[in-house]
Design a protein around this ligand. Structure first.
Ligand code: HEC
Ligand code: HEC
Length: 243
């Protein structure tokens, strides 16, 4: 073998895995009949128990997210209360197999079965949306409210409400409630989508939008949606009763 051929082989063997990683799907959760059945059969009473379990290495869910996912200990921890069950289930599965990357969360779910993840999702879906603190001085401009209901055709931004619902309550199948979300977490996760650090959104639905928004718009959208929470019923319940 010549040196050139040798280098060529070395190069292809280095490049191949990179190609495979890029071709990997954004999520391994497929919305088959079985997945829907799994989410639908999640037992909230079991979820309520699991969220308080702590082991030697891993904190309980409640330590970081609060009881029922409604009182996170820090504002960079998301609220989970009132969340659409299919969305929560998908996120937990994505953390478990690494499609969504976060060390704390992967450790929290690695010991749990899919049935237990569905039980947790059903438990959070039953709660009203969280009431989160928002600085009274934070204002939301009219152009930002326009993004919510009309989008911006010039930048190919679809209205948020067309997917997340008129009150940010979430929708079928796996579109999350974003009302009542912590401002800091909301902003962080939008930045993560924009930087492709979070890439588990099927068809890049959120990455495309997050990249098109300015930083100020993201901040104001976070405030707008945080204020919509305040104890309204989440989309979670509505979906659980829908066939
Ligand atoms: C040590 C703190 C900690 C523990 C324990 C923890 N979480 Fe989390 N959780 C986080 C953080 C931080 C994030 C945001 C990570 C990110 O940006 O991806 C998160 C994200 C989530 C999300 C995604 C929320 C969304 O809106 O997309 C869900 C669902 C969730 N956690 C559920 C759980 C459950 C269920 C447990 C227990 C089995 C748990 N967490 C334990 C800190 C924690
Ligand atoms: C085409 C449908 C669609 C539109 C339009 C849309 N979203 Fe989303 N959004 C989604 C889906 C689906 C997800 C969940 C993706 C995943 O699994 O990570 C999501 C996730 C999010 C999240 C993360 C929620 C969490 O708990 O981590 C935020 C924040 C968000 N969207 C805000 C917005 C805002 C603000 C707008 C308008 C500027 C918007 N979205 C427009 C479909 C949409």
């Amino acid at each position: 073998m010549t040196m050139k051929q040798h280098i060529a082989i070395l190069l292809t063997s280095c490049l191949l895995p990179v190609g495979l990683i890029q071709a990997a799907p954004s999520s391994n959760v497929a919305w088959t009949v079985e997945t829907h059945r799994m989410v639908k059969n999640g037992d909230p009473a079991i979820g309520a128990k699991i969220e308080t379990v702590e082991t030697e290495d891993v904190n309980a869910c409640t330590d970081c997210h609060g009881k029922g996912g409604a009182e996170p200990d820090r504002d960079k921890h998301p609220t989970l209360a009132g969340q659409v069950a299919a969305y929560t289930y998908k996120q937990l599965r994505d953390y478990k197999d690494g499609s969504r990357k976060n060390r704390l969360m992967s450790e929290a779910v690695e010991r749990l079965t899919d049935e237990q993840l569905a039980a947790l999702a059903a438990w959070y879906a039953e709660q009203p949306l969280a009431k989160v603190e928002v600085d009274e001085e934070d204002t939301v401009s009219e152009t930002t409210v326009e993004l919510v209901f009309r989008g911006d055709k010039t930048r190919m931004i679809q209205p948020c409400a067309s997917c997340h619902g008129p009150r940010g309550e979430g929708a079928i199948i796996d579109v999350p409630a974003i009302a009542g979300q912590n401002v800091k977490y909301f902003v962080n996760t939008m930045k993560d989508y924009a930087k492709e650090k979070r890439a588990n959104d099927i068809y890049s639905r959120m990455r495309i939008i997050a990249k098109a928004l300015t930083r100020d718009e993201i901040n104001e959208l976070a405030v707008y949606y945080a204020r919509l929470g305040s104890g309204q019923d989440g989309g979670g319940l509505k979906q659980a009763s829908a066939e």
